[in-house]
Design a protein around this ligand. Structure first.
Ligand code: AMP
Ligand code: GLY
Length: 423
């Protein structure tokens, strides 16, 4: 098979790394890819939202399957585009059609889906500019902290949590009236604050059947001890030690099953990954959010633990035969530490040369914001590398990643030295 991956981060390098190992993969393309994918696949300089260019590439290279990494091509309808064109409709697309991708594209849509299907989540109401004063009254009835969420995609920045009522009201006004997040905050969801520890659950769906991948936990804040600004993710571990068998059974019964049933009842075709952001409140799981893709950096710890041929799984997803697949999971733990460019998630520089990658032998260095330039590997984003290791325990794996990091260098390199501290 010829396979095309859309995206350019650590997640997509991990997809490429895993797919390149498959006996079913003939030619592998990544659009646009990074320096990591360049070494194992052919990078093509196409943006994932340029559907016409994707179609032309797919026809020229006889692509059989497109695996979509990030959410925005899905929310913009890449699957629908490929499916509705007679020239490309035979191509399997991994990632839901636009209707179901709205689960990530609109927080209100996701909340309504959960209410309709009795899926445990925080109580909420949503507001627009016209109902601003109702929003103020709702805030007055809640206990702090106040959780305000821009309805649409806001590059991971659309959730604001505040302790002070007046500050929360001002934030609501800024989102709704002053368009703080542009179009994304035309609507704002205000919800009950949930106090607990977070984890991520990844589900494979073929629209009819499902399989649950190993759990993972990511570390979203820039600073040690989970402080400072939110990032895309600074590190991850899998499995999650506090996700016991009993807790996982609750997740499956109360959340995964009604989610997959909900897709069918609501006529939302879903071939792809369901990323359920969960919080453990007491002994019970509640849903924080749905994403319609794999997590990054969670993919960098989940896929290395998957022993199956990934292409066989992807084919089963595309063909509706996921029930015939038995997942084979490595019993070792995997951890990843993300190396970022100093200043991230605020302003940072690009173009720093990365050295030492060839010295790393005990870990898998996945490339994220890194590109080839004049024969050198240079940083091209905030999150630059994700260093994944295995261990019999997660502590052992974390130690290996930190040892590997000592061999790596780029100017202003920063990473958290406390990944896993809370486990
Ligand atoms: P989201 O973009 O929905 O994942 O939200 C970003 C982060 O905000 C989550 O990872 C949580 O840490 C936090 N968060 C979101 N909703 C809530 C909530 N209802 N209660 C507590 N924390 C929340
Ligand atoms: N690591 C969180 C995300 O991918 O959204």
């Amino acid at each position: 098979m010829n396979i095309l991956i859309l995206g350019s981060g650590g997640r997509e390098h991990t997809f490429a790394w895993k797919i390149a190992q498959s006996k079913h993969c003939d030619k592998l393309f990544v659009a646009p890819g990074n320096s990591g994918t360049a070494a194992i696949a052919e990078n093509v300089a196409i943006n994932g939202n340029d559907f016409e260019a994707i179609k032309q590439l797919a026809l020229k290279e006889a692509i059989d399957m497109i695996v979509v990494g990030p959410e925005d091509p899905l929310v913009n309808g890449v699957h629908d585009f490929i499916l509705n064109d007679p020239e490309t409709k035979h191509i399997g697309v991994i990632g839901p059609q636009k209707a179901a991708a709205t689960l990530e594209g609109s927080k209100e849509f996701a909340k309504e889906f959960m209410m309709r299907h009795n899926i445990p989540t925080a109580a909420y109401e949503s507001f627009t500019k016209e109902t601003l004063t109702d929003g103020y009254s709702f805030l007055e009835r809640l206990q702090p902290p106040y959780v305000l969420k821009a309805d649409g995609l806001a590059a991971g920045k659309g959730v604001v949590i505040l302790n002070d009522l007046e500050a929360a009201k001002a934030e609501l006004k800024s989102m709704l009236v002053d368009s703080k997040f542009g179009q994304a905050s035309t609507k704002v969801v205000i919800e009950e604050f949930l106090d607990g520890i977070e984890l991520s659950c990844f589900v494979l769906s073929d629209g009819e059947h499902y399989k649950i991948l190993p759990t993972a936990k990511d570390y979203k804040r820039i600073g040690e001890g989970d402080t400072g600004l939110n990032t895309g993710g600074m590190g991850a571990v899998s499995p999650v030690p506090f996700a016991t068998k009993e807790f996982l059974a609750k997740i499956e019964d109360r959340i995964v099953k009604p989610t997959i049933e909900g897709f069918k009842k609501d006529n939302l075709p879903y071939v792809g990954f369901v990323f359920i952001g969960l919080i453990k409140v007491g002994d019970d799981p509640k849903v924080i959010e749905y994403n319609v893709r794999m997590g990054d950096p969670e993919t960098e710890v989940v896929f290395p633990r998957l022993k199956n041929d990934l292409v066989e799984i992807l084919q089963a997803m595309a063909n509706g035969t996921l029930n015939t697949i038995e997942l084979d999971i490595d019993s070792r733990a995997a951890t990843t530490i993300v190396l970022v460019s100093g200043g991230y998630p605020e302003t940072y520089n690009k173009g720093y040369e990365i050295t030492g990658l060839d010295q790393v032998t005990d870990s898998i260095p996945f490339h994220a914001g890194a590109q080839l330039k004049d024969g050198k590997i240079v940083s091209s984003g905030g999150r630059v590398l994700a260093i994944t290791s295995y261990g019999d325990t997660y502590n052992e794996a974390i130690k290996k990643s930190y040892q590997s990091i000592e061999k790596l260098h780029f100017d202003k390199m920063y990473y958290r030295s406390d990944i896993g501290f809370d486990l």
